[in-house]
Design a protein around this ligand. Sequence first.
Ligand code: ADQ
Length: 626
Amino acid sequence: METLGVPSRPLPCKSFLNSTTRTEITLKPGVFRQMGVVSTLWRQKRSNLGSLTLGRSVSGGEKGGFRSSQDGSSTMEDKEEEEGLLLGAERDDSVSVVGFHLIPPSGDSKAISTLDKLATDGEEVTEDIEREEKIPTRVTHNIIFVTAEAAPYSKTGGLGDVCGSLPIALADRGHRVMVISPRYLHGGPSDKNFSGTSDVGCGIKVYCFGGAQEVAFFHEYRAGSLWTTLHTTVLEIHMVIFMVLLVIISSGSVYFVMQRAEAPLVLPLGGFTYGEKCLFIVNDWHAGLVPVLLAAKYRPYGVYKDARSILVIHNLAHQGVEPAITYKNLGLPPEWYGALEWVFRHGQEHMPLTLGYSWEITTVEGGYGLHELLSSRKSVLNGITNGVDDTEWNPSLDKHIPSHYSIHDLSGKVECKIALQKELGLPIDPDCPLIGFIGRLDYQKGIDIILSATPELMDEDVQFVMLGSGEKQYEDWMRVTESYYKDKFRGWVGFNVPISHRITAGCDILLMPSRFEPCGLNQLYAMRYGTIPVVHSTGGLRDTVENFNPYAQESSGEGTGWTFSPLSRESMLVALKVAIQTYREFKPSWEGLMKRGMKRDSTWDNAAVQYEQVFEWAFIDPPYIS
Ligand SMILES: Nc1ncnc2c1ncn2[C@@H]1O[C@H](COP(=O)(O)OP(=O)(O)O[C@H]2O[C@H](CO)[C@@H](O)[C@H](O)[C@H]2O)[C@@H](O)[C@H]1O
């Protein structure tokens, strides 16, 4: 069998960006979710710099270093770079490459060896660390997150939150974690999110859409510990932001570039690479080709033969459906077409859903055409509830809110409410129930239900604030409604993280009538802030919000909010009115609701433990090799 990918001799590694001229050519803010992407792209006049791609063909492979070929294949180049660090392969007993070490260009024998540092084989047992409250990690892995968004670098919704927090939680549990995400530059203030990253010094070339896409990697090492008071584990997490340097023909190709799986093999992060015995966590459709690439382009040549991949579905409704020609443009082997072939059916309506999301997506209503496929894979389909990043969403530390508070002293919450009313120009009235909504303005979030119920809701003595952006019809509706109900309604059109924190802290009730909700984060944040969720009983909302029962526990009550079903204007209004009445007339019950929500254990560490269980299962079966 031809073996590709991992050079047996030192691999050149040098930045494309050194000694080059960059010209900014395109600027188009990304609408990541619906595929309209693209970040700022750079055109580069390149000098004769080293490059690397891996792929199927090995023509010309008798030479030394890698070089790319037009069909997406890889060849090796004999020209070694005159400057820069070289990488030497390290192999385990089965001669599989498990990592690389750095060799100075001079060939100095004092190369940095990784053998004693590198945890690549997924079998290493971590040392017993003093963790009083955490379930200890049994096995550590080299984990590669591939994602279109990762906060704080980029975020348009919950995907950014998860991929900003879960990697840190896993790193804190002893795993070596890398996050690969695009470097979106828009020429606006958000560009500064990337200012802490620096050029790794390794570029690769990816052939797709009929041309070479030159990719540079930027890196930021994030150290620290979420649990510094409990123990002193040093986090090791590498944020790898890549930048595509040539014109992208198709907006989706930026995601394809993101998925080319060379980064663990070529990037000498922290002095050594991740190696090929790693675990890819690929998120949503943007990263969905990684398992296909592993199986079709790497494993047949012995590369990544011990790697595993896990697809995390955050939202099945968005699938990045492309015309068939895209497959050819990606340069994937024709025999693998069947792995991707699927015809999108337009116009599917959602029925109200009643059980957890991992079950919902195996049904006709929730599967968006993939229910049969997912049903056939039920044995490897698991549902994990997201967590709350305590460094970001914590009412006693939150840098975005005017007063801090905790379960032991709630007085700051009313101050947050008053400040919010002031900021929004609403009448200041700490006793008036203040209802909030935060989210994308689209069909998933049940905005149409809110729209139909608002006139009746406005008959009540309440205030209502909505923060969101999305479909223009709903944005327009928010503006009109605000001008109509000046003393009661505020519609903040836009994406604004600080305001989202102040609404979460200042409101009494958070409304989420989502048509479907894979997990949902805002209800978790709300409960953490003593804000009572009123939610449609679906997916993750149903899993996380416990319906209020005032008579339980010898009349001291139980539950953390209200869940209503079916999804209709009427049932939502009933739930809201009961919540409003409870707020006004049953203060002790309300405080009980607040405190139970605030006490909920929603740490990312909990979720990370469940992910580790899935990792364990993923490594039991051998990977598919064609
Ligand atoms: N206008 C605005 N301004 C500021 N912040 C805003 C905002 N609109 C939304 N946000 C923020 O974006 C995030 C939204 O996360 P959600 O999980 O609620 O929904 P989303 O549908 O994006 O995520 C998908 O992925 C996540 C992650 O798995 C699942 O929880 C979810 O069910 C699934 O639909 C929250 O942090 C929220 O505060």
